[in-house]
Design a protein around this ligand. Structure first.
Ligand code: ISL
Length: 572
């Protein structure tokens, strides 16, 4: 019998992101690798995730930990070999999971042969594969700034022009206007699909089409260079390029694939276009609004604190925007974000577990495809940074140096880095209470968070009330409850600064997701319609299995999911 495939299988899937460098080291060099991942697949299977996304493992000078690729068709020796990759992929498939590659094609490494060729001469056949411009009045061609501090332009003395790099100078931007570039990217994707991978997470894919003429960004006083979002976010041809890519790569190909676009600065209106199935671009996008609410927009290390009402407003408006057309990705964490339990939760001992579970409950109750970033399922926390030397990430290092050089407030910079630095997410995975948390037998490339002695996988795997067990339960619910996939989303108590609540409804069922995002207890009026509703999942011991009143007494960081039948008010 022919099995009919559901083209939208990814709507009920949960994705797990691995940052290979920090996941598991099998070779004893202090850096995680593919064989290390292979050895931990049973752990992921027991968590219950459907898809594994690997951050970049291609050959790379590692200026930005692999987001600077010098060979798209090979594995970096740090991580292993193509044969080890094939073995990993085969085992992932045997265990019934899928594997997604990180495709970084807004830019390459400056050591990629394409760029080496491009910079070799102004008449090189690959000159136009990158974005080269003459100086303007003896300086940079425009005022665009790099995400990693300083100008987005690098002078090349040999050929007397600047090249564009929105990220590090070792990450030159490709010129997607050149059809040969687009064909080369398609060929890379086909090569990996032929190898058996199940899809792609596409790095900053809404940056690939730059505004005609590369105009200056509106100036910001005191800042010679500005991150010019208007100049490259959701640019003039991006939808055409993505539709072409999808058509050329996936049309006629058999299999269940997934494509995820990483899109800083994307608006809900644009996201709807990117993910409208009728347009054939992408399955889902990562938007960034909800992870931008607690810091200044021009300086992410200028930490402003959390206003829960704003955070709720943001995620809720994305739920509404993609309700009829398109699809959300749901995430709190990735390798670029601080740990959510430290950021939006409360990592003090009495609230750590409850707040990690509460935040997970809120996110996994929403409509979209949930993503879990390694260690999030254990409630891993931010690292207790004390000084500048502890920061390894080039974004943090460049920022700090810039503050020092410009005579800025170093103490404030360090405080901001400690809260927001990407290295918070990149400390090694905490497997057990042994040396280096079981991550490596050598010195780890980044220190292990000292709380590994009690916060680790082994300590949680046997505990029924662990953060891990809560994630397991949420993932199981996603698989079992169609209402979590399809149900309409309706926010409740939007203006409440402490309670996060919403319903999910289908014609015959309804769910209430409610969490107290604070330490103080709260009594919340939920109305008679929830009397008799069953508790599907809670995060604190002793919560009654059924609700019996029009109100709920919620302890600090209490989070619950109730299930009721639509239109039914059982009388008790
Ligand atoms: O963390 C950020 C810098 O402030 C983000 O803006 C981040 O750079 C942005 O989300 C894009 O991220 C992706 O592309 C970068 C890479 O450094 C990130 O690790 C990757 O996730 C360049 O490839």
């Amino acid at each position: 019998m022919k099995v009919r495939r559901d083209p939208a299988w990814w709507k009920s899937a949960v994705v797990y992101q691995i940052y290979p460098r920090s996941f598991a080291d099998s070779s004893g060099d202090g850096i995680g690798d593919l064989a290390g991942i292979l050895g931990r697949l049973d752990y992921l299977r027991s968590l219950g995730v459907d898809v594994i996304w690997l951050s970049p493992i291609y050959r790379s000078p590692q200026a930005d930990n692999g987001y600077d690729i010098s060979d798209y068709r090979d594995i970096d020796p740090l991580f292993g070999t193509l044969a080890e990759f094939d073995a990993l992929l085969a085992r992932v498939h045997e265990l019934g999971m899928k594997l997604v590659m990180d495709l970084v094609v807004n830019h390459t490494s400056d050591e990629h042969p394409w760029f080496v060729e491009s910079r070799s001469s102004r008449v090189s056949p690959k000159r136009d594969w990158y974005i080269w411009r003459d100086a303007r009045d003896g300086a940079e061609p425009n005022n665009w700034g790099s995400f990693f501090s300083g100008p987005a332009w690098q002078w090349d003395p040999a050929t007397g022009q600047y090249y564009l790099h929105l990220f590090d100078r070792k990450q030159p931007d490709l010129n997607w206007e050149n059809p040969q570039v687009r064909k080369a990217v398609q060929d890379i994707m086909v090569w990996w699909l032929d190898r058996g991978v199940d899809g792609f997470r596409m790095d900053v894919i809404n940056f690939i089409s730059k505004t005609e003429g590369l105009p200056d960004a509106p100036a910001i006083p005191g800042h010679p260079f500005v991150i010019a979002f208007e100049g490259f976010v959701d640019g003039p041809h991006v939808h055409d390029y993505l539709a072409e890519l999808t058509r050329e790569v996936f049309e006629g190909r058999q299999g269940d694939f997934i494509t995820i676009g990483e899109m800083p600065g994307v608006t809900p209106e644009q996201a709807r276009l990117y993910t409208d199935p009728a347009r054939g671009e992408l399955n889902m996008v990562f938007q960034f609004e909800h992870v931008s609410v607690d810091h200044s927009l021009t300086n992410k290390f200028d930490y402003r604190g959390l206003d829960l009402v704003v955070l709720k407003w943001s995620l809720h408006r994305w739920q509404a925007a993609l309700a009829d057309t398109g699809w959300n990705s749901l995430y709190w964490n990735n390798h670029d974000q601080p740990r959510v339990v430290s950021r939006f939760g409360d990592d003090a001992p009495d609230y750590w577990a409850a707040s990690a579970k509460a935040l997970a409950t809120i996110l996994h109750g929403m409509r979209g495809t949930p993503f879990v970033y390694q260690g999030e399922e254990l409630g891993m926390t931010n690292y207790p940074f004390r000084n500048a030397q502890e920061h390894k990430d080039l974004e943090a290092v460049n920022y700090y140096n810039e503050v020092v050089e410009s005579g800025g407030d170093q103490r404030a910079a360090l405080a901001g880095l400690a809260r927001v630095s990407r290295d918070n997410a990149r400390t090694p995975m905490q497997w057990d209470a042994g040396p280096n948390a079981g991550f490596t037998s050598a010195d780890p490339w980044l220190p292990v968070n000292p709380n590994y002695t009690w916060l680790n996988a082994v300590a949680q795997l046997d505990a029924a009330d662990s953060v891990f067990a809560h994630y397991q339960a949420l993932i199981r619910l996603r698989h079992e409850s169609a209402i979590l996939v399809d149900g309409d989303f309706t926010p409740l108590m939007a203006e409440d600064p402490q309670i996060w609540a919403y319903t999910r409804t289908t014609p015959d069922r309804k769910l209430l997701v409610i969490a107290n995002c604070g330490r103080g207890p709260r009594t919340v009026e939920i109305g008679p319609e929830w009397i008799g509703a069953d508790l599907l999942l809670g995060n604190l011991p002793g919560t009654p299995a059924t609700s019996t009143s029009t109100s709920l007494d919620l302890a600090g960081w209490d989070a619950r999911i109730y299930s009721g039948r639509a239109g039914v008010h059982p009388v008790r």
